[in-house]
Design a protein around this ligand. Structure first.
Ligand SMILES: Cc1cc2nc3c(=O)[nH]c(=O)nc-3n(C[C@H](O)[C@H](O)[C@H](O)COP(=O)(O)O)c2cc1C
Length: 348
């Protein structure tokens, strides 16, 4: 992959992307909340009547075969460091048969020379791959043609439009003109060649917003609930003055925990395809999300740390999470994912 040299014009976006990676790797950016999954428990089966090694967590989603319903959540692109991370994540995703999203492609829409930092298909020809743009960009000059461009740029199977209102609100350079956005999301859903997924970035969705997004025609919702990486905490570390830092810090306990967000989607749009994410750290977390109604479980922070270390650690991380899901299926007596999804969790 050729090196990209940030021009003066795209230096701002590149600096921000570098800040995000550095802060997520070096600082404690955890939400003050938990995912809520700790309140849910599977019923243990002492007599599973299954052979562990026969249990297959494979599934077909969006027309692509996955060995296990794990998603490497949308993270990065736009710099040389980000390109290397994307390449490592994609190589691991291809080796293990899991899904992956790239980070917001706005930088490459505005500066074509950055497209290569997102283009992972040469490393992952077969994976379920998600393009990514901030939905707010639809209120700042991007339209359907740019969304299609983001999809085509990486040969994606679907487009994620992320909603990060609170993150924008607590940063000095934030784009906060959110009025009228839903209609534009609806237009994209109607016009794009691939399904559109609405995603939060770590604060989850309430029922009212799920209902409105379902009406607008989104094909799936990635809840990205609270309990994991907190973007107000990331912005607190990026703040250029104390007042800005205090504003961001005030939101450490904000958001809808991942478990509640999944239940909100279930109630407001019972047929919606649900991607669970936000603070998922083990295969048991993902398994609980599947039993609550999700079809895919995403993790961001843990995969960033693994990819920054090595390809081997990234693959090992996926293997461990897969094994945890498999053992969870064994100990709950679920021979396949459908059976796992049918398990009733006990709430304490
Ligand atoms: C370094 C980094 C960059 C991210 N960039 C994006 C992005 O561009 N688009 C997006 O939809 N989410 C982005 N996210 C959010 C994640 O996809 C995810 O929703 C969030 O981090 C919560 O998951 P976690 O607790 O497993 O980290 C980013 C996360 C990290 C750690």
């Amino acid at each position: 992959m050729p090196e990209v040299t940030p021009s003066k014009k795209n230096a701002g976006i590149s600096d921000r992307k570098s800040d995000h990676i550095r802060i997520n790797l070096d600082q404690d950016v955890r939400s003050g909340l938990t995912t809520g999954l700790e309140h849910y428990h599977f019923t243990h089966h002492a007599l599973p009547e299954l052979d562990l090694e026969d249990i297959e967590p494979a599934v077909t989603l969006f027309g692509k075969q996955l060995c296990v319903p794990i998603l490497i959540s949308s993270m990065t692109g736009g710099t040389n460091e980000a390109a290397a991370i994307n390449r490592t994540l994609a190589t691991a995703a291809q080796a293990m048969g899991v899904a992956m999203g790239v980070g917001s492609q706005r930088a490459a829409i505005e500066h074509a020379e950055l497209a290569s930092t997102f283009q992972v298909r040469p490393f992952a020809p077969d994976i379920l791959l998600f393009a990514n743009l901030g939905a707010i960009q639809l209120n700042y000059g991007l339209g359907v043609e740019h969304c299609q461009q983001a999809v085509d740029m990486i040969q994606a199977d679907a487009l994620i439009l992320h909603l990060n209102a609170l993150q924008e609100a607590v940063q000095a350079e934030g784009q906060t003109h959110f009025a009228g956005l839903l209609k534009k999301i609806e237009t994209v859903c109607r016009s794009l060649s691939v399904p559109v997924i609405a995603k939060e970035v770590g604060w989850g969705f309430c029922e009212e917003d799920v209902h409105r997004l379902a009406e607008a025609g989104v094909a799936a919702i990635d809840v990205a609930g609270a309990g994991g990486t907190s973007w107000s905490q990331v912005e607190m570390h990026r703040a250029s003055n104390e007042s800005q830092a205090r504003l961001a810090a005030a939101f450490v306990d904000w958001g809808i925990p991942t478990a509640d967000a999944i239940c909100n989607v279930r109630r407001a749009a019972p047929d919606m395809f649900i991607i669970a994410s936000g603070g998922l750290r083990t295969g048991v977390d993902i398994a609980k999300c599947l039993a609550l109604g999700a079809s895919l479980g995403g993790m961001a922070g843990p995969f960033l740390k693994a990819a920054a270390h090595s390809l081997e650690l990234t693959i090992q991380t996926i293997q461990e999470v897969r094994r945890e899901i498999q053992v969870c299926m064994f100990a709950t007596g679920a021979g396949d994912l459908e059976a796992l999804q049918g398990k009733k969790l006990v709430r304490d």
